[in-house]
Design a protein around this ligand. Structure first.
Ligand SMILES: Cc1cc2nc3c(=O)[nH]c(=O)nc-3n(C[C@H](O)[C@H](O)[C@H](O)COP(=O)(O)OP(=O)(O)OC[C@H]3O[C@@H](n4cnc5c(N)ncnc54)[C@H](O)[C@@H]3O)c2cc1C
Length: 485
């Protein structure tokens, strides 16, 4: 169908919000956050409810029109960018941003897919509840995108990833049928777990229009500390030490090594460094407190949780596990530190624009925590031998073995880095695989890692994924070119 015909058909749906057909108004929706993927679309549609989504998909399915679901468009692997044909429809969920139900007693909230993640935080925290999904893009990513990527973030260590935070979903299938799996139940053994099929599917099987999410008690206090360990193995020992002293209370455990701080220093205005010198292997830790006693100062003005953390740190100093540490004493200090961590992707983006580094090969990998040190050593040998002058900047959620292991070319590199970069990534993933890790920890597959999925996914599992995709979406309209086909 040509685009004029499509325009007429879309207009006949009488959507409440005007479809956008003018190309110059498409720009925001047809390229990704990093500016690495650029596509084109026939129209941008902004449905206001599930029925509208259903009628759009019905039309698309009947006419074999590609549909690209889009939330906050913060994907780091081109998952929400249409191809360049200009024939796809982008469905943006900006206008589906209502809280349907907030049940404080059952500690659940049901929201439409276009609700911005930080808005969920704001709503529930007013009632002393907590939705733990937290990531750098939380001011713009949407819950539908978070679910569709099974996003991770900084609190996975304690609460799990998005999949584990979701109780129910409402889904529109590619043929327009609405599947209602909205539920507040913690137990529901009624056959196949279809909900989980759509979480992490990156919009290739259907559209998530609403979700019921699990909430938790808001900690009475979070103590944030920053520690310098000299090497990764010490950071891992530190993790185990903290886990054993504060079981189930380590909210985050983030690795921020020297290369991370060098980039942060170059790109964050008025940065306040947590320690006197750039830490070799910095670790940012959040410990939660749920008891009033632990956080109320005693007659000497001492706070029990701070004392306990200081004692653990002292033990760690004695056995040379750490060389420096600081505990944040107020909210401003905490925010300042966390904002540096949250700005990691932004800082790297600026570094690429402003320094002599060229092209960033992003790797979002996970490994068994105890293998990280050996993986790093082996990876560095491979990278050094691959080409001279490559620079690795890595950081990540050490608590759950997730590293963002990014390799940059240097401006003075001989020609050919571009051509060889795919090979480097392949070599790196082989090492990850040998350590029983995953080449895709939290950002998803999108366009970026389609080939790697084929290479590294178990063959039988990959073929079953194909069967499911073909059964649910026989016309192949749902986000084509992403994940598999
Ligand atoms: C600064 C920054 C920091 C980040 N930090 C993290 C991090 O710590 N952890 C992490 O996991 N990710 C992180 N990301 C990546 C990104 O924010 C997440 O993948 C996020 O979950 C994407 O949400 P979104 O709303 O932007 O989705 P989009 O980018 O719009 O879409 C992502 C995928 O979901 C699909 N999709 C979107 N909405 C729907 C829907 N309603 N139904 C079906 N499919 C849909 C899209 O088609 C696409 O395949 C970061 C990104 C940035 C820019």
């Amino acid at each position: 169908m040509n685009n004029t015909c499509l325009e007429i058909k879309i207009k006949s749906l009488n959507l409440k919000h005007n479809p956008i057909f003018t190309k110059k108004d498409h720009i925001k929706y047809v390229q990704d956050w990093r500016g690495q993927y650029k596509g084109d679309a026939a129209a941008i549609l902004k449905p206001i409810n599930t029925n509208e989504v259903s009628s759009i998909l019905k039309l698309a399915n009947e006419n074999k029109i590609a549909v690209v679901p889009q939330g906050g468009n913060t994907s780091l692997c081109g998952a929400a960018t249409p191809d360049s044909s200009g024939t796809s429809i982008v469905i943006s969920f900006e206008k589906m941003n209502k809280v349907r139900q907030f049940n404080k007693e059952s500690q659940t909230i049901t929201v439409e897919s276009g609700v911005i993640l930080s808005h969920i935080h704001d709503v529930v925290e007013k009632e002393n509840l907590f939705f733990p999904l937290s990531l750098g893009a939380q001011g713009s990513c949407m819950i539908g995108g978070n679910l569709s990527t099974n996003a991770g973030g900084v609190n996975v260590l304690k609460y799990g990833n998005t999949r584990e935070l979701c109780l129910g979903l409402e889904i529109v299938l590619p043929n327009g049928k609405i599947m209602n799996l909205i539920s507040e139940l913690k137990k529901d053994n009624t056959g196949y777990d279809l909900k989980n099929l759509f979480i992490g599917a990156e919009g290739t099987l259907g559209i998530i229009t609403a979700a019921t999410l699990k909430l938790f008690q808001l900690p009475k206090m979070i103590t944030t500390l920053f520690v310098e360990a000299n090497e990764i193995s010490n950071a891992v020992k530190l993790l185990n030490t903290f886990k054993s002293h504060f079981p189930d209370r380590i909210e985050s455990f983030e690795l921020m090594p020297k290369s991370f701080w060098e980039v942060a220093k170059n790109n964050i205005d008025n940065i306040v460094m947590p320690l006197e010198k750039i830490p070799e292997m910095g670790v940012l830790i959040d410990v939660s407190s749920f008891s009033k006693n632990e956080i109320t100062p005693n007659e000497n003005g001492e706070i029990q949780i701070i004392k306990s953390i200081e004692n653990v740190l002292e033990e760690c100093f004695e056995v040379n596990l750490i060389s420096d540490a600081t505990i944040c004493i107020n909210e401003n200090q905490k925010r300042a530190l966390w904002s540096i961590r949250e700005a990691a992707a932004e800082s790297e983006k600026k570094e690429l624009e402003n320094s002599n580094l060229i092209k960033c090969l992003k790797h979002d990998i996970s490994l068994p925590v105890e293998s990280i040190e050996n993986f790093h050593k082996e990876a560095q040998i491979m990278i050094t031998n691959f080409l001279p002058n490559l620079k690795t900047i890595y950081f990540g959620h050490l608590g759950d073995g997730n590293l963002h292991y990014n390799v940059f070319g240097n401006g003075s590199l001989p020609d050919g880095f571009d051509g060889k970069s795919l090979e480097l990534t392949k070599e790196l993933y082989k090492i990850v695989h040998n350590y029983n890790g995953s080449f895709s920890a939290e950002h998803g597959i999108g366009q970026l890692k389609k080939d790697s999925l084929k290479t590294h996914k178990d063959e039988v599992a990959y073929s079953i994924m194909g069967i499911i995709k073909n059964q649910l979406d026989p016309q192949g309209i749902m986000n084509p070119g992403k994940v598999m086909f």
